[in-house]
Design a protein around this ligand. Structure first.
Ligand code: SAM
Length: 336
């Protein structure tokens, strides 16, 4: 029974693709020391959405309807895949204690040595920078300018190692890099921003085309928890006080969500209330929930076979109460 736990990439790789919207070299260097913000109280859980924190300390109804079932989607998917990544300092602060996944992917990456790695949705470089420091050659793709700016600044601070990485601004659902990678990574629920089946099919086809012989595609996403998904959207959950890492403003974090059982999209609201003025800033985040059997079917349809299916970053098996699904997949035609 599982317990619930809570250099080398050529610049023209980016420009060879028809679909890359903007390429960045990410290779300038400087000597500034990296500052890791690590003060104050966490603003939720390291799952990014409060899934692991079940403290119902706030019961104030919010903007959801009486029934908690609004007639249409509460906000657009475009907003739900962008807004959470507009404040990278806050993002890094919220997930500063999340290390277990980074260590898992570092271990996977150590198996490919100097072979190139692709990270889809690299964000601020939470994983990419440790990989570069480990000596890996990494291409990181993300479409968020604020997140990439932070990643680029951090990369520059790795000194000469910065040449091992390249940052590309692009939509990973429409990626056509000509390079081949031994390992393609998509960590931390990032695939949950792929909302439509056609986009998932396109992404899987693209990953297949970019995998070198014997290559692997590894990613993690949430294991849908029906009781969590169904919790009362009129309440505010996981209330936590903290200070904004840049402005120092004292804020009260809380969250709730509305889950649409047809589209399987979870519409998450994250509230940041000023402890001083009471003003609330709302950040919206949409996650497509992929059920385990559905995910395996989609991978198979996309020409992959599942090599490993895990429920935690300690290589435990996927169980009913696992919080995560961690998948290592290979193209079906590849030798076992
Ligand atoms: C949860 S964050 C993960 C960031 C980083 N991998 C980490 O583990 O901290 C998801 C990232 O995926 C990016 N993203 C979401 N959808 C994307 C898409 N279709 N194409 C490129 N990047 C995308 C977001 O901008 C964000 O930086």
């Amino acid at each position: 029974m599982c317990a619930r736990d809570g250099d080398g990439q050529d610049q023209d790789q980016a420009t060879e693709t028809e679909t890359v919207t903007e390429a960045e070299t990410g290779a300038e260097t400087d000597t500034g020391a990296e500052t890791v913000t690590d003060t104050g109280t966490g603003t939720g859980t390291d799952t990014g959405t409060g899934t692991g924190t079940d403290t119902d300390r706030g019961t104030a109804p919010d903007a959801a309807t009486e029934t908690g079932r609004p007639a249409g989607p509460p906000f657009s998917l475009e907003v739900g895949s962008r807004e959470h990544y507009q404040d990278p300092a806050l993002y890094d602060f919220e997930y500063r204690r999340r290390r277990v996944d980074v260590n898992f992917y570092r271990a996977l990456a150590s198996e490919v040595g100097a072979e190139p790695i692709l990270e889809l949705g690299c964000g601020t470089g939470r994983l990419l920078i440790p990989l570069v420091r480990d000596g890996r050659r990494v291409v990181g793709v993300d479409r968020s300018v604020p997140m990439l700016e932070v990643a680029r600044a951090r990369l520059a601070r790795t000194g000469r190692r910065a040449r091992q990485a390249q940052l590309v601004r692009a939509d990973f659902c429409a990626l056509g890099l000509r390079a081949r990678f031994q390992l393609v990574l998509c960590p931390f629920n990032t695939l949950q921003h792929v909302y439509a089946q056609a986009d998932m099919a396109a992404l899987l086809a693209s990953v297949r085309s970019m995998l070198a012989p014997g290559g692997r595609f590894a990613f993690d996403l949430m294991n849908p928890d029906l009781s969590w998904l169904g919790r009362d959207p009129r309440k505010r959950w996981a209330r936590t006080r903290f200070h904004h890492p840049e402005t120092g403003e004292e804020l009260i974090y809380s969250t709730n969500h509305v889950y649409d059982r047809v589209s399987q999209i979870n519409y998450i609201h994250i509230f940041y209330e000023s402890a001083d003025t009471g003003r609330v800033r709302e950040v919206r985040l949409a996650h497509r929930m992929y059920f385990p059997a559905e995910l395996v079917a989609l991978l198979e349809l996309g020409g992959f076979r599942v090599v490993e299916r895990l429920g935690d970053f300690g290589w435990g098996p996927l169980c009913s109460d696992s919080e995560q699904q961690i998948i290592i997949a290979a193209p079906r035609s590849a030798a076992p």
